[in-house]
Design a protein around this ligand. Structure first.
Ligand SMILES: Nc1ncnc2c1ncn2[C@@H]1O[C@H](COP(=O)(O)OP(=O)(O)OP(=O)(O)O)[C@@H](O)[C@H]1O
Ligand SMILES: [Mg+2]
Length: 317
């Protein structure tokens, strides 16, 4: 559905997008992750024909984004980073205006608008001037606008930015639902979000793709965390000093938890420290209630991948 090959966008002294190649299949939901300035918005602006690339090719639903922009635009719903609205129009008027622009037949307009008002939870504010809406509501009006012509492909630049937690949950569900019958490319900084809604993740850093896989595979690729969480009954201070004495342990922190203590033990290397901990506990005869490895999170994956190069560079210097 989206095919990108060797795409580059060069500004005066920086490659905002640097020779990237990727595909998004039909009905797939792909999350674009990356630190600030990584090139996410730039990629999306090229795919939505808002700006030309410096080199490379890109097609959306089979149409070339450089030569066939009219067709591309008909296939996509694009929610830009800063949602542009006509601030002196009422929500209803604005959506009606957009429906006309998008060539939705007159008879269908009202029905489509009502559907989008409900989907994005903005029916209550349909008669309000958009300029007076809160940030989150403006974002939702933008999303309603994006969906109104029922596009096959959705390109959403940080769709949940500025929403409150309840709304984030609702909009995520909306996107997940849409993802079943639509092709979705979305960017976000909220990592649990991609885990929840995306089939695949693409991590981009300094204009380059540094990882692309399913969330589960990405987490598997990295060395699992060597940190361990323990629940042990007894004198917390004494247990802490025993655990701290283990060679493979770097640090131990603890807090009281109900009638026992919870310890967070950080390993000094990447090796599994559970056996050493077990031996220590047996030797000291402590009452162990629970021992579990801290699962690796997508946050760690993201951090490791997007800081690796910097560390390697500074390490070599
Ligand atoms: N018009 C421009 N002129 C010069 N440089 C630009 C221009 N637009 C973007 N850039 C640069 O291109 C790089 C990529 O920007 P982009 O907006 O795509 O990042 P992003 O991944 O969307 O970041 P964020 O998470 O902050 O939204 C940045 O270094 C930015 O400064
Ligand atoms: Mg951006």
């Amino acid at each position: 559905m989206i095919n990108v090959k060797n795409l580059t966008k060069r500004y005066v002294n920086i490659n905002a997008v640097d020779n990237i190649t990727f595909n998004v299949e039909e009905n797939e939901t792909v999350g674009l992750l990356g630190p600030n300035g990584a090139g996410k918005t730039t990629t999306m602006r090229i795919l939505t024909c808002f700006m030309p690339a410096t080199a490379g090719t890109a097609t959306v639903a089979g149409f070339d984004v450089f030569t066939d922009s009219l067709n591309v635009r008909q296939q996509i719903g694009y929610l830009p980073e800063n949602v542009p609205l006509y601030l002196d129009m009422r929500v209803n008027e604005y959506l009606m205006f957009r429906a006309k622009l998008k060539n939705i037949p007159r008879r269908e307009r009202r029905k489509k608008i009502d559907y989008c008002l409900d989907l994005t939870g903005i029916r209550d504010v349909q008669n309000q001037i958009t300029g007076t809406l809160s940030k989150g509501y403006k974002q939702r009006v933008g999303l309603a606008d994006t969906l109104i012509h029922d596009p096959k492909i959705l390109i959403l630049d940080e769709p949940t930015i500025g929403l409150d937690p309840n709304q984030i949950m609702q909009i995520r569900q909306v996107i997940r639902g849409l993802g079943e019958k639509h092709t979705v490319l979305l960017s976000t900084h909220i990592l649990p979000e991609v885990e929840m809604i995306c089939d695949r993740i693409m991590i981009i850093d300094k204009g380059k793709i540094v990882a692309m896989d399913t969330p589960a595979n990405l987490m598997k690729q990295l060395k699992s965390s060597s940190n361990v969480i323990l629940e042990i009954k007894g004198d917390g201070g004494k247990i802490k000093s025993s655990l701290s004495g283990i060679d493979s342990v770097r640090s131990v922190t603890w807090k009281e938890k109900e009638d026992a203590n919870e310890f967070y033990v950080e390993g000094s290397g990447e090796d599994d420290i559970r056996e050493d901990i077990f031996n220590c506990i047996v030797k000291e005869n402590y009452i162990l209630r629970e021992m579990k490895r801290q699962p690796i999170t997508l946050e760690e994956v993201f951090h490791q991948i997007t800081t690796k190069e910097t560390e390697e560079v500074s390490g070599n210097a």
